[in-house]
Design a protein around this ligand. Structure first.
Ligand code: ATP
Ligand code: MG
Length: 422
């Protein structure tokens, strides 16, 4: 019979790799907390309408990447392709924006039906932060500072590069869109197929095109800077000044527009050269109208980022600096009477915080010792009938030759502490 395989683009994270994941997740959580962000846990499935209304019908994500299905009641639901829309939905639903600011973080799987390749999967993981209720450039700088601290917290030898841009207000984008379309229309036939399509649906996204021919044409395109409204321009200048003050290096990329419709003013992306074609590890920006767009009574300014954990873990894994957490004790019991006692000792050691593995099933002394050796445990606890009758235990140091002691059972923890410390 054939075996069942995982769905394409949806990966298993095996025990060895999950050690790196846990390390990365721990570092991220600590950093989020040091900036006073609090965790929000959100469902993996939402009403399709939520994403259509927030991310935008014309975006790649909603138009072709979502896992959408009807549930048994005929309601259209989707696996979440990102976290921001759910954050806003939950905030509105539970009154989190009512007369208060919020700093939130989330982490978990996201789903997009894309062509799987290195760094691009159909189930992938994001960690993100969202700050609600602040209009000024200081919170934009804070959000960027959080991401910047992550690279340091993980000891990445080379920090990803920060690119920033401003999309201004609605009028900025309207007038820029018109200028861009006017310019690109002259080259319509030389654009790649996707871009030609976007000329009608979502022209700003053409700036994101990876097609070499289109990129060449874009070199002469008008820049959004000239269309920036005065306030957005001041906001952007203040953000740049804050970043300089924080010693965070950046480049201004006038072609950075981001793939989601809800952004205004600040947008940014952290990019690395070390992951091949999928170089963006973290992306975000300001989305001041999203809360209102999703039914909020008021306009609640907001800003945040989403970080691609799969890509970040790949960067960290290549460093091999994650210390292996070794097993402390392997418990071996020979003889039927000894098994009960060995359970008791194993539990006592766990009460004291040691990681303990027990040999389960039947096995000779030799085969059990072999397992102990393979387990990587520092110490083996040996229990035979002699030990049980004299109320003692034997501890064998697995990394030293002939280092074995038999001691009264009451001294077990103390003796183990010593052996671990040595
Ligand atoms: P890309 O241009 O790589 O498609 P995006 O603009 O669609 O990225 P966002 O929606 O901003 O990405 O998501 C933020 C981050 O999540 C990305 O920078 C990336 O690190 C990660 N990410 C997005 N899609 C995937 C995916 N399919 N597989 C793995 N990571 C992803
Ligand atoms: Mg994408």
């Amino acid at each position: 019979m054939s075996t069942v395989q995982a769905v394409r683009g949806m990966n298993d994270i095996l025990p060895q790799a999950s050690q790196v994941w846990q390390h990365v997740e721990q570092v991220l959580q600590n950093i989020f907390h040091t900036y006073s962000y609090r965790e929000i846990r959100l469902p993996v499935i939402e009403k399709t309408e939520l994403f259509a209304r927030s991310i935008g019908e014309g975006t790649d994500i909603v138009a072709k990447e979502m896992y959408t299905f009807e549930d048994r009641n005929g309601e259209s639901l989707s696996l979440r392709p990102e976290g921001t829309a759910s954050c806003v939905r939950a905030g509105l639903e539970h009154g989190l924006f009512h007369n208060q600011t919020q700093r939130l973080w989330y982490m978990g799987p996201m789903f997009r039906h894309e062509r799987p390749q290195r760094g691009r999967y159909r189930q992938f993981y994001q960690a993100g932060i969202e700050a609600f209720g602040w209009v000024g450039p200081d919170i934009d700088a804070e959000v960027i500072a959080v991401s910047s601290r992550i690279w340091r917290g993980l000891n990445l030898p080379q920090s990803p590069r920060l690119e920033i841009n401003s999309l201004g207000d609605t009028e900025t984008r309207q007038s820029y869109r018109a200028q861009l379309v006017a310019y690109l229309s002259d080259y319509e036939n030389d654009l790649d197929v996707d871009s030609r399509q976007r000329l009608k649906t979502n022209p700003l996204r053409i700036l994101d095109s990876k097609d070499a021919g289109t990129q060449k044409i874009l070199e002469g395109a008008p820049s959004i800077r000239e269309c920036l409204d005065e306030e957005s321009s001041a906001h952007f200048d203040a953000l740049c000044a804050l970043l300089q003050q924080l010693d965070i290096a950046y480049t201004i990329n006038q072609k950075l527009v981001r793939g989601l419709d809800y952004y205004n003013r600040t947008v940014f992306e952290w990019v690395t050269d070390e992951l091949g074609a999928q170089g963006a590890v973290c992306a975000g920006g300001r989305y001041d109208s999203l809360v209102e767009q999703l039914g909020g009574k008021q306009r609640i300014p907001a800003t945040g980022f989403a970080l691609g954990l799969d890509r970040l873990v790949e960067l960290v894994a290549s460093l091999e600096t994650i210390p292996d957490k070794d097993l402390d004790v392997y418990v071996i019991a020979i003889g039927t009477e000894t098994k009960d006692k060995s359970w008791q000792y194993a539990e006592t050691l766990r009460d004291h915080g040691y990681d303990v593995e027990m040999f389960c099933g039947d096995g000779s002394m030799k085969s059990q010792l072999k397992r102990a050796d393979k387990s990587g445990a520092l110490v083996s606890l040996l229990l035979g009938e002699d030990e049980v009758s004299s109320n003692s235990v034997t501890l064998k140091h697995m990394r030293r030759k002939n280092h074995q002691v038999t001691i009264p059972a009451v001294d077990l923890v103390r003796q183990l502490q010593e052996m671990v410390r040595e």
